[in-house]
Design a protein around this ligand. Structure first.
Ligand code: FES
Length: 92
């Protein structure tokens, strides 16, 4: 299968104070570990952001290529394998 040159998924994790209290540092640590485990450093960019304006919700605010999701640390690995890896598999 030919790899599309230049495709990168961007995942932005909120590190604002409300999300920090919900475990944003753990979410980041888990995502970093998974990106490394699956050797996806060239496919995924992880970024931090100040408050993304959705602090009232349950979980840490995470933006995946423009789509907002809420993640608790305990949900992060399942989200990565069920959503992120599937989306990457769908790329030509
Ligand atoms: S602190 Fe994360 S959305 Fe506000």
């Amino acid at each position: 299968m030919e790899e599309r040159v230049g495709f990168r998924m961007e995942i932005t994790i909120c590190i604002g104070s409300s999300c920090h209290l919900k475990g944003s540092q753990d979410v980041i640590r888990i995502l970093e570990r998974l990106v490394s485990h699956y050797h996806l450093e060239n496919k995924i960019t992880l970024k931090g952001s100040f408050c993304m304006g959705e602090c009232t919700s349950d979980g840490v605010c995470v933006d995946v290529d423009g789509e907002r999701v809420k993640l608790l640390p305990s949900e992060t690995e399942a989200f990565f394998t069920n959503q992120v890896l599937k989306r990457l598999e769908g790329q030509p």
